[in-house]
Design a protein around this ligand. Structure first.
Ligand code: 13P
Length: 248
């Protein structure tokens, strides 16, 4: 089957001040001929300004999380409708840092993906095993459970991207081996196909965890790898553009 158009997305996490908009300008300038879709999820404080000034189609912006309600008395939360209103086209849900730091369950992540769709956003839904789970040979079972628990029934190729991010590879400089990535992504594709039939062939599966310019080309060429979700290396335009240059 022909390769899907890859999505390279940067997750800035809790990084970025207004001066960082210069990096976004440099990213935008560098992707005119990109072979992939490119997105940045800056902190919420920068989303509107970034999207209003730099969003013209070839660089997409998104949120890093959303609440499940559209509005209401939820101090500090940001709804999917607010992300969309700020110019966001997508939102990350279920990142392992939110699952860990904020106790987010599969059921909550599923509700967040549904909230994203209600607001017309693409959901990048993150799954991945911890080091202990990998060492006790539970990786594929954990991925299956997370997929069942957190992916809503109405998933399709246009509204969902799965990001496979092994927790132990995030921000550590460790990446999964090619064989491990191939096995995990094939498993994810098979489970999605079981549930969603032929539609699953079009659902993009990103790899995330210490993706850098130096390893991107090899990772992005692997079967069933349809892009990358990039943390640290998305903060500097030169690094992020180096990753984008590695898309097949
Ligand atoms: P790093 O690329 O910094 O390992 O982060 C990956 C990640 O968590 C992206 O969501």
């Amino acid at each position: 089957m022909a390769r899907l158009r890859q999505l390279i997305a940067g997750n800035w996490k809790m990084n970025g001040l207004r001066k960082s908009l210069d990096e976004l300008r440099a990213i935008k300038a560098g992707i005119a001929d990109a072979r992939c879709d490119v997105a940045i999820c800056p902190p919420a404080t920068l989303l509107a300004e970034a999207a209003w000034t730099l969003n013209d189609g070839n660089l997409l912006f998104g949120g890093q999380d959303c609440a499940i309600d559209a509005s209401g008395a939820h101090t500090g939360d940001i709804s999917a409708e607010m992300v969309a209103d700020a110019g966001g086209k997508l939102v990350i849900v279920g990142h392992s840092e939110r699952r860990t730091d904020h106790g987010e369950t599969d059921a909550l992540v599923r509700a967040k993906a549904e909230a994203a769709w209600r607001a017309g956003l693409l959901a990048i839904l993150c799954i991945g095993e911890t080091k202990a789970q990998r060492e006790s040979d539970q990786t594929l079972d954990v991925l299956e459970q997370q997929l069942w628990g957190s992916v809503p029934d109405k998933a399709d190729a246009a509204n969902l991207v799965i990001a496979y991010e092994p927790v132990w590879a995030i921000g550590t400089g460790l990446t999964a081996s090619s064989d491990d990535i191939i096995a995990a992504h094939a498993h994810i594709r098979a489970r999605l196909t079981n549930r969603f039939g032929p539609e699953a062939a079009g659902i993009r599966i990103q790899y995330g965890g210490s993706v850098k310019p130096g390893n991107a080309r090899e990772i992005l060429a692997l079967p069933n790898v349809d892009g990358a979700l990039v943390g640290g290396a998305s903060l500097k335009a030169a690094d992020f553009l180096g990753i984008i240059a590695g898309t097949p």
